[in-house]
Design a binder for this molecule. Structure first.
Ligand code: NAP
Length: 226
């Protein structure tokens, strides 16, 4: 039975991923900052639930200690924030920018580092991370959104290095855009439901091979410009 650890699994795309992988018979480790009733219901169906605020080093330490010696096939970095409402040039502040960078850029990298022994012991060796098309510098034609865009562009840069560093050890590092999805972050007008997005993301993870290492892909598998 393949295993996957998903961050931010309490709601949104992360919850849909946890539900679908559970349905598919995977061993799911669902990490959550807040625990929703829907996630608690998954706990009753055998999904392993862990409290994890991804910016809390002590909680990352507790998680890795609890998983010591256990192989992990897939790390799915899903947790993310849009950042402060005050995100236009002229109203930015360091605290809002840095908090966004911590969750979106720093945490996925540190989590991959912390879970490397587990991933090395797994057979699939996939690190999938939700970035965003808004992190594409080449695709930025409308400006604004400073904290979010900068955090996802920084994430992309870090994951490209990770792909180059871990590729020779058998890893596939995927940088993924989930589509515009109807969640608290994406709002009610998004093009995809969480289930449609999660199904597409699962297809990408399932068919991931080392040829995909270091690619920036949308939910349909098309390559995006950096
Ligand atoms: N929706 C879209 O259209 C869209 C488009 C492009 C990219 N994305 C990316 O897709 C990912 C999921 O987005 P979503 O639309 O599902 O967002 P969402 O509905 O706002 O859910 C965000 C999830 O991230 C968790 N989270 C935030 N900060 C966290 C922290 N410090 N520690 C642990 N968990 C944390 C939240 O937990 P709490 O419930 O505890 O807050 C929640 O489970 C994000 O990385 C986002 O940037 C989304």
């Amino acid at each position: 039975m393949p295993s996957i650890l998903i961050t931010g699994a309490g709601r949104g795309i992360g919850l849909a991923l946890a539900q679908q992988y559970c349905e598919a018979g995977w061993q799911v480790i669902a990490c959550h900052r807040s625990r929703s009733p829907a996630l608690s219901a998954l706990g009753e169906r055998g999904v392993s639930l862990h409290s994890l605020d991804v910016v809390d080093d002590a909680q990352i330490g507790e998680l890795t200690a609890s998983l010591a010696g256990k192989p992990l096939d897939v790390l799915f970095n899903n947790a993310g924030v849009y950042g402060p409402d005050a995100d236009a040039f002229g109203e930015l502040d360091a605290a809002g920018l840095l908090a966004t960078l911590h969750v979106n850029t720093v945490a996925p990298l540190l989590l991959a580092q912390a879970l490397l022994p587990n991933l090395l012991a797994g057979s699939r060796k996939v690190i999938a991370t939700l970035s965003s098309r808004m992190g594409s510098i080449a695709d930025n034609g409308s400006g604004g959104h400073y904290p979010y865009r900068a955090s996802k562009a920084g994430l992309n840069a870090a994951l490209k290095s990770l792909a180059i560093d871990l590729g020779p050890r058998g890893f596939t590092v995927l940088v993924l855009h989930p589509g515009w999805v109807r969640t608290d972050m994406g709002g009610p007008h998004g093009q995809l439901s969480v289930d449609e997005s999660a199904a597409g993301l699962r297809r990408l993870v399932d068919r991931a091979s080392q040829r995909d290492n270091g690619k920036f892909l949308d939910v349909d598998g098309h390559e995006l410009p950096w």
